[in-house]
Design a protein around this ligand. Sequence first.
Ligand code: SAH
Ligand code: SF4
Ligand code: F3S
Length: 452
Amino acid sequence: MPIAFSIFVENMENKALYIETYGCQMNVNDSEVVAAIMQPEGYRLTERMEDADVIFVNTCSIRENAEQRIWGRLDVFRLEKRRNPALLVGVLGCMAERLKEELLEKGIVDLVAGPDAYRSLPLLVAQAETGQKGINVLLSREETYADISPVRMDKNGVSAFVSIMRGCNNMCSYCVVPYTRGAERSRNPETILHEVRELFDKGYREVTLLGQNVDSYHWSEGTTSMSFAQLMEQVALVDPLLRVRFATSHPKDMSDEVLHTMAKYPNICKHIHLPVQSGSTRILELMNRKYTREMYLERIAKVREILPDCTVSTDVIAGFCTETEQDHHDTLSLMKEVGFDMGFMFQYSERPNTKAARHFKDDVPEQEKNRRLNEIITLHNELSLQNNEQEIGKVREVLVEGVSKRSAEELFGRTSQNKVVVFPKNNYKVGDYVNVKIERCSSATLMGAPQI
Ligand code: SAH
Ligand code: SF4
Ligand code: F3S
C-alpha cells in the first residue's frame, strides 16, 4: 500500500514546502533527505498544503495504479495553483525518473527530479522561480546522500529508517526499480553508524536498515571490507536498548551469517521480510528471481533452525505472464507450507520497458488475476490468524510507538517479531519497553495486558 503523508517547511522569507510521499519505505526516507537538503535554504515545517509556496510529490512507479494515483494528485495541485499562481510543483522520485518530459508537459509541473538528483533541488527551485522549468533525472553510480542527516518525519520519535544502500542490480523481469533507481551502491558504514548513534541519543529506540536487497550490502576501502551481517552487528552494538530491523532480504542472497548474527543479538528483531513472489519454479525463472521453490523452502528451513522464534513476511505477485492454475496452486501450497506471518499481495501490473513487458505477454485476464489475488489474500488471512493464535498466553516485549487509533486509553507497539500489539495505557508512554501478556487476536493485531 502506498504510504502518504506530508511535511511542511518554511523559511525566513516565510516560504513553505509541503511534501507528499508515496511508495516504499525508501521513499519515505528520501523525503526526509529532501527536507534536510531544503532546510539550509531557510525552509521550515508545517502540514498544510494550502500554505505551501512549493509542493513536492515523491512518487512511485512500481504498479500502474501507483502512477494513476499521482496523476490524480497533480489535478488537485492544479486547483491549488489556480488559487495561488506563485505556487511551484515539483515531481520527485521513481515516476519522475521514468516519465521525465511527459510530466513537464503537464502544465502545472515546474520541476522534475529523479532519486539521485536531490542535491540539485535548491537550484531547480530557483530556476523554476524565474519561470524556467527545471529537470534533473541523472542517475549516479556514487550518490548515497551519506553525509546528509535526514529531517525525521515520523510522528513518534521512536523508530526511524536508515538507508544503507541505493539502487538495485537484480533485474527481476517485472520490476521498474533498476530503471528508476539505477545501479546498486552501498553507503559508507561510518556515516550509517554515526546516524544511528545520533538517533539513539535523540531518544529513538528502533532503526530499520533499508535497501532493495540488503544482503548484497558491501563496503570496501583499502584493505578493509564490510558485509551486511557485519554492518548489522555494528549497529546492534550501538546500544542494547536499540532495536534493529532491516528490509528487504533476497532469498537468493540471504546468508547463514546473517541468521547467526540475528541469533547472537537480542536487540536484532526476529523478523525477516523475504519476498517469494511465486511458489512455482517455472514462474520464478521467468521472473528472473534466480531461486527455485525448493531453494526458497531451504532458506525458510534454515531460518526455523537458527531462529526458532522468528517471523517471516513476504510479497506475492498474482497472475504473472503465462501463470497457469497449477502455478497459482503452487503459490498457495508454498504459502501453507511456510505459514507467513505477514504479507503484501499484488496483482501483476505490466511496467513499460521491463524485460517482462518486452518479451512476455501479459496474458492472464484481469478478472482471473483478481480471483487468484483474492484466493491468496483469503489464505494469507487464515494463516496469519493461525499464527497470531499461537501467540495467546505468551509474554512479549513491546516497544510502544503511539496511542491506539481506536481508544485514547490504549497504546500500540510491536513485538520483536513485528506483530502489532494493543494494550491498556496505564502509566506507560511512547518509547517504553513493556512486557505484555497476549490475550486475544485478530489476523492483523494482538491484544493483551501489561505484566506487572
Ligand atoms: N526489493 C524488494 C521489493 C521491491 S518492490 C524485493 O526484491 O523483493 C516491492 C514489491 O512490489 C515486490 O516484492 C513485488 O512483489 C511487487 N512488485 C514489483 N513490481 C511489480 C509489478 N510489476 N506488478 C506487481 N507487483 C510488483
Ligand atoms: Fe525489483 Fe527485484 Fe530489485 Fe526487488 S530485487 S527491487 S523486485 S529488481
Ligand atoms: Fe516505488 Fe520506487 Fe520504491 S518504484 S516501491 S518508490 S523504489
